[in-house]
Design a protein around this ligand. Sequence first.
Ligand SMILES: [Cu+2]
Length: 432
Amino acid sequence: MKGHEYRRAGRSALLSISVAVVMGLAFTVIAITSAWAHGEKAQMPFLRMRSVQWYDIVWSKAEVKVGETVEITGKFHLSEFWPDSIGYPKESFLNIGQPGAVFVRKEVFLNGTFVPRAFTLEPGKTYEFKIVLLARRPGDWHVHPVMNIRNGGPLSGPGEYIKVTGDYADFTNTVTTLDGKTFDLETFGLTGIYSWHFLWMAIAAVWVAYWFRRGGFISRCLRVAGSPDVQSADKMISPLDEKIALGFLGGTLLIVMVAFTRTEAALPRALPLQSGLITIAPGDPAMNAPENVLVKYERAIYDVPGRRLVVNLQITNNSNEPVQIGELNTASVRFLNPKVMKDAVKYPDYLLAPEGLSVSDEKPIAPGETRKLSIIAQDALWDTQRLADIYYGTDSSMAGLLVFLGQNGTRHVIEIGGPAVPNYTNIGLLKL
Ligand SMILES: [Cu+2]
């Protein structure tokens, strides 16, 4: 290799490093912004409207002390309109979305089954969940239930602030093992973790320094590249180098073997990390019973200038009481019909449109009656929650939960869904 070739190789190496650094910075910035918004808004509307339909979410307390528990309970309906572009929820995991390790997820239940690991969910079914959290760090934290789905990503539910008071120094997280020993997981094994990390870092530093002091890495790499054949390149490594390298290898293996044997002797009863899918018990049969209010989705438009979704439906009331439409819940945004939902609804403000839903014919639907009507979900939340982007979807479709309220207080939660065609001119209501 000639002088200018060395320079060119050096320049391209420098360029690669700069590109890597810039990309690293860019990813860090993206990670920070999405953590700020907890990522929901960054997800495409089809992902949020047609995957996990969270509802009846309750945060048991608005304020807790360090070391106290708080529960998030609720239900979710797994959409029948599950998009093809994301993984089928064969391997799913229920977690929470929080800004760092501010709460410890102590227990999780799905239909009453303890689910510390992954499980399979079935689209079209409704599930009940409970997450028990232990407050760890003082502060005001936004906490969401989150369903992680393999090849589907984290699907976030609504978030609410929980204030944690007290002192982090008081926090303990004790568990009792099967053989009756009690540990504080907050500090258990910490000395070991630090010692092992520092040991390996020290060994690595010596290893790097040993090779680096021979003229750096790039110049040696270029010398190898410039060598006429393999034998002359190999001459750069002396017999002493080889012995030292073997010493490093042998020493490392010896450390691992000795430490492993000692740990085995100290903790003879160790269970492997538990994996595999958990079978969830069937939930309350009422949750998945066939509804006696039938809804046929006819067509929908998303009116872009009006920020509203208009859906034409045909509703048959086979129940024994008159029913009215109270709410449309999609992507955790609740569009309420103020004529039906008269009491104040306790729900995170940033996802609530208290007067967001109107119905073309508000008269209660009588038992036995079939009626065609339009629902109109209109609110600035279509924009602020970036759901208006629905018309950028490759299969421009919506899905959501329609909530009917019976005159005697019965509630019917029914998923509706289908194509939603964008409209760019203000044409008013669709013709029925
Ligand atoms: Cu949040």
